[in-house]
Design a protein around this ligand. Structure first.
Ligand code: 5GP
Ligand code: 5GP
Length: 234
């Protein structure tokens, strides 16, 4: 590695369930390419430490306050991942032009800030990709390749977990299905729909430092989940 190489331990490949992004109080908007398919979409490929470093406690933390992206990266537990590693390396769209069609299908924005998925990819590249030790093209190509290897919606459908606005599923049946179907334990995150019901929101699969192979997650459950969760229709 060069002296500037980031020494993270693994990546999270984070995929979001569009039904659970959209049915919140905040709602969602479709990208200018149209309504995405009813499958998981990529949120990001995030370099991560296996152990958080140098936690701040008490007064220092109180003085910093408890809001914002800064404290999600450098919080009570310390710095848990690197971010924004190179301001001088913004995403250059022409470098990924051959991937755009696939990115539009697999990494669509659902935010109402802009209908342009390119803005989402640029943000993810700037915040996380610049810490990955990968070039822009490899970074996006590897995320797409990892997602393509296992269709998570199909994997959980194989266990009878299909989108429904009424049924709930045991959280353990979702994690078991993913572990069996992909060969590796993942980490699950839930959110709440507009009515306050707990639903599966994001799946965090752990990936080696090259961004090539799945690994068992060194860190456990992200929670915000209940024992029973919904998987809303998108
Ligand atoms: P939230 O607070 O909504 O969970 O996360 C806000 C942002 O912080 C995410 O979009 C992501 O950029 C970053 N983030 C949250 N959790 C993690 C994590 O475990 N690892 C990394 N690398 N980034 C994270
Ligand atoms: P992170 O959670 O990576 O820090 O932040 C995600 C950022 O990307 C947010 O500022 C959010 O507004 C923007 N964004 C654009 N499209 C999406 C999307 O489809 N899902 C999520 N989670 N964030 C999106």
């Amino acid at each position: 590695y060069s002296s500037t190489a980031e020494k993270f331990d693994f990546f999270y490949l984070v995929q979001q369930w569009p039904g659970s992004f959209c049915d919140t109080r905040q709602g969602c908007c479709f990208p200018d390419t149209g309504k995405p398919a009813a499958g998981f979409g990529i949120h990001g490929l995030w370099p991560n430490y296996a152990k958080c470093r140098g936690g701040q406690q008490g007064l220092a933390r109180a003085m910093l306050g408890d809001a914002g992206a800064f404290l999600s990266a450098v919080g009570r537990r310390g710095k848990c991942w690197p971010e924004y590693c190179d301001d001088g390396n913004p995403l250059r769209p022409w470098e990924i032009r051959d991937l755009v069609a696939s990115l539009d299908r697999n990494w669509p924005t659902l935010s109402c800030k802009s209908g342009r998925s390119l803005e989402f990819w640029s943000y993810e590249w700037k915040k996380h990709g610049t810490c990955s030790n990968l070039g822009q093209h490899d970074y996006f190509e590897r995320a797409l390749a990892l997602k393509a290897r296992h269709d998570l919606a199909a994997v959980i459908a194989g266990a009878g977990i299909v989108p429904s606005d009424t049924d709930t599923y045991a959280l353990s049946s979702v994690s078991d299905a993913i572990a069996r179907g992909t060969g590796f334990a993942a980490t699950l995150e839930c959110n709440r729909d507009a009515g306050g019901e707990v639903q599966l929101f994001q799946v965090y699969q752990c990936v080696d430092r090259e961004g090539k192979e799945l690994i068992d997650c060194p860190l456990a459950m992200r929670s915000k989940c209940a024992d029973q969760v919904k998987l809303p229709v998108f």
